[in-house]
Design a protein around this ligand. Sequence first.
Ligand SMILES: Cc1cc2nc3c(=O)[nH]c(=O)nc-3n(C[C@H](O)[C@H](O)[C@H](O)COP(=O)(O)OP(=O)(O)OC[C@H]3O[C@@H](n4cnc5c(N)ncnc54)[C@H](O)[C@@H]3O)c2cc1C
Length: 504
Amino acid sequence: MKALWWIKRDFRLSDNESLYTAVENCSEVLPFFCWEPCLISLADTSAFHLQAQWQALNGLRQSLNLRNSAVWEDYRDIEDALNKVYAIYPFQMLYSHQETGNLATFKRDKRVAQWCREKGVHWNEAVGSSVLRGGNADLRRVKLRQVDYRKQPVLPIPATFKFPCILSVRLPLLSWNDLATKITILKNRKISPDLQKINERNAWKTLDTFLSERGQGYSGGISSPNLAFTHGSRLSPHLAWGTISLRTVFSELQKRIKELQENSVRNGWLRSLRAFQSRLYWRDHFIQRLEAFPAMEEKPLNSAYENLEYENSNVMLEHWTNGNTGFPMIDACMRCLATTGFLNFRMRAMVVSFACYGLHLSWKTIHPPLAQLFLDYEPGIHMAQIQMQAGVIGFNTIRVYSPAKQFLDQDPAAVFVKKWIPELRDCTAVEIANIEKSMIKTYPKAIVDLGSKTKEMKDRIFAVRRSQVGKHETIKVLAKHGSRKKTTMDRKKEKTGQLSLFES
Ligand SMILES: Cc1cc2nc3c(=O)[nH]c(=O)nc-3n(C[C@H](O)[C@H](O)[C@H](O)COP(=O)(O)OP(=O)(O)OC[C@H]3O[C@@H](n4cnc5c(N)ncnc54)[C@H](O)[C@@H]3O)c2cc1C
């Protein structure tokens, strides 16, 4: 039987369920990747994401070449690309992983399912995560308790690769320059050296250095925008683009915890690794929300907040996106993102809370520009977190982060602010903390009265929260998307769990 292995956000050989099953079950397997113009032109796609995929694909191609296999790569809409392969290589099976993506990939997958039905091709979507499709929330919880993907043994790299003989010539690769001539957002754009390099080899290196060196300072370190670059695992873009599997990370983490326990190591390592593990669990929990509610890109999870009023000023949006708000901590974060594609959790939460509460920009308005800036853009986590930080989920504690307080707590010596805002390099930390009185000509004045704007938005949110509709809808959302069925004990535990997310 002939199979096509469709690579999408799973650029790896190791622990790859769809590749492994395809090789096990079929006589020939052709790896296939498609740059899809309809996805590339979306508002939540950026050059950062294309760079990550291009590097990941090249890494995969090199590994496949070593095993006498290659990748069929194309640039066109998916049905046309599939038709083109099918004409030369009429396959009976299509293998891919089950993707929980944005609305466009959701609709694209429906079109692919239709294409498969018309051609009589069987599409096998391997489940490479603990995110479950279909059923109600209770059923999913039971299933998860029975078989948790994260705790299953990892799959090895297939021993043989059954590349089709008729395609034995090396298939050409689209260079970065080739892509740049086809894709508008890449025009005149070089590979950005400040982004993490995304490929399978680097994913393993990142995991290795985290578990052996960097991870000791995880607890405490990840709240700081300075320290999180080193002490955070930095695995998020690798997990998002699939250059490593979540199961592999769990498995290596368990080995390391066991080793530390056996050697009775007591120097903060275990505390840090347990904190890391709890965050890994949150990953699929949030992606599951999008899987169960694909409209999340357009609607809040809690319909009571659907008509919440926002001003959505384009001028405010531009100031925020470009890091020119006059609030040093916010501007440093946005400029840091624009160069590195990374920010720690606390600072991400702060820039969202500032935009929604302070600038009255809707979570829907800020979603695409922020997604573009995150190298690790993972639709499920991203949308769930933006809605959560905007206060429109209903059952989370409302948190509004003060940029001034975060500056004092997380960057008291102004290292981060000075790094990203050259206009403030000659200022003292005290002057930066009192920026409104400092009269620095080259740096913008605050674009809003943050206190009064925040109070206005909080009042609007609390009005919905206290309303009958608000209470009613929140109970429904909690039952469908909360982490488990509630008991008093569970509530206490959940409170700690949710808070730990905010404290990270
Ligand atoms: C507004 C907002 C948007 C976000 N968007 C994304 C996104 O698009 N992609 C993304 O991977 N993370 C997102 N996060 C979660 C978190 O900020 C990042 O996962 C983390 O900062 C990445 O750094 P790390 O890999 O060093 O994480 P670590 O702290 O080392 O955590 C390990 C892994 O656990 C997962 N994880 C960590 N925190 C969370 C969380 N709160 N929810 C779900 N999973 C988590 C990630 O896969 C991460 O790589 C967002 C957070 C906020 C507040």
